[in-house]
Ligand binder design. Sequence first.
Ligand code: HEC
Ligand code: HEC
Length: 473
Amino acid sequence: MGQNRFKPLAHPRPCTMFRTAPRTAAPLLAGAVVVGVVVAGAALIAGSQAPLSPTSRRQEPTAAAHTPTLTAAAAASPALPGEPITLGEGDLLTGVPGEGPLTSDQLDAWLADPANHRPLDARLPLGLAAGQGAIQGLDNNPLTRAKIELGRQLYFDPRLSSDASVSCASCHTPDLGYAADTRFGVGIEGLEGSRNSPTAFNRILSARQFWDGRAATLEEQAVGPIANPIEMGSTHEACAQCVAGVAGYQRQFDALFPDGVTIDNIGRALASFERAVVTGTAPWDYHDALRAFQRNFAEDLEYLEEDDPELYEQYQRLQQQAAAHPLSESARRGGELFFAERSGCTQCHVGANFSDELYHNLGVGLDQEDEDKVDEDIDWGRYVVTKQDADRGAFKTPTLRNVDQTAPYMHDGSQATLAEVIEWYDQGGHPNPFLSDKIKPLKLTKQEKADLVAFMKSLTGPLPKVETGRLPK
Ligand code: HEC
Ligand code: HEC
């Protein structure tokens, strides 16, 4: 797995002259305590010692979110209907056309094209498409090609960190399923947090972010790591100043947002990029779509060719696609078991993205037999946000799409393989006073365990083609 690690820019130029944040190497939770996102009050504070600057103080989320994001170009053109687009396909993430570092001429041409400012009417590919109604965040932050592209540049740009060494992609690497293959996130100067980097794809189907859901929106989440002392180690003010100091960025922000470069707009652009990163159709989806069709038209299948040639054509297409993405017998059986009451998996891993977006205690991280372990040493997850005992040790249900690409697993990266995860469920998690009542010993056979793993591996679809360079000077 290690051979595909993301390589940052060869010689990124740090923005150290703007760095104002005192840094602490205290091994705190990745983002949890340090960033101190006060969800309800919507105050995003960059570390307790960091000064509260105008850029690091967030506005009321709704007020900020309603700020129009029309560009000069878009505002000048008559209201255009949204451009229908299927995310995960095509050239949405392949950057401004051209090669090498972005030039100002290329950017000017890009920004002058009204098509790049037209709101996109986002559709999801087969599989995820079942979640179309659950799409999050576009009302307050409409997708446009220009905003997605700006977010792409920011996502891959290590200059957002205090020493220009770490970008979002360092811990959410496209080649590693937008996650990382380390147990914990590794930030500036090799500092480690205590949580595993979750995937950054399919965020369009997720409202609250982080393992404990402490960020109410993806916009709010996106600016968290920037000011986290052990992730990107900067401050929101320093980061906004750094971005504004890059002429190519300044140009784009001025064209896209009425108030130009601000930390909130950096969050909007990053969130737009992330929402465009979705998993494509997996072998399981083709198989599932074919089965659904066969179920729906069971009696009529043999007359379909005569009665409804169009529908028949659709049927043939589904058959061809399923044949082109074969599913092993083991994966089929695993799918049956996964969706059956006996395994109980879909009590939580439900819907198009296989997540209920809720928090559950499986006992992960509560199994270390350590006499000296005191309450403060334990990551209590959602409880830290809600202070409700019922939330102790509860973490957000992760997606299972492309899960084969995102080892290690669980909020603390404590489980190395999918087989290990299944063992955990088979034993009924780890007993603790707050264990979810949905978790019970399963008594699976060896074959059933292997089947569940095969099923999860059949949930891997293609990720969109993405340009990882082409940053502005
Ligand atoms: C040092 C590694 C690191 C860097 C750099 C980093 N992240 Fe993360 N990211 C993490 C970890 C660890 C978590 C989980 C933290 C938690 O839940 O408390 C996380 C959580 C997230 C989530 C939440 C996903 C979910 O399922 O709730 C998103 C989205 C995300 N990061 C995007 C980004 C973006 C955008 C950037 C750049 C601005 C970034 N990350 C930079 C390690 C990193
Ligand atoms: C009670 C809700 C619930 C049930 C039932 C459940 N899960 Fe989970 N699943 C979760 C939560 C919550 C996590 C993360 C837990 C943590 O990190 O503390 C998780 C984590 C996982 C992971 C690791 C994913 C990653 O990216 O780290 C896999 C794989 C998984 N579950 C598969 C399954 C399978 C297969 C079943 C059925 C045998 C199942 N789950 C049943 C809620 C559930």
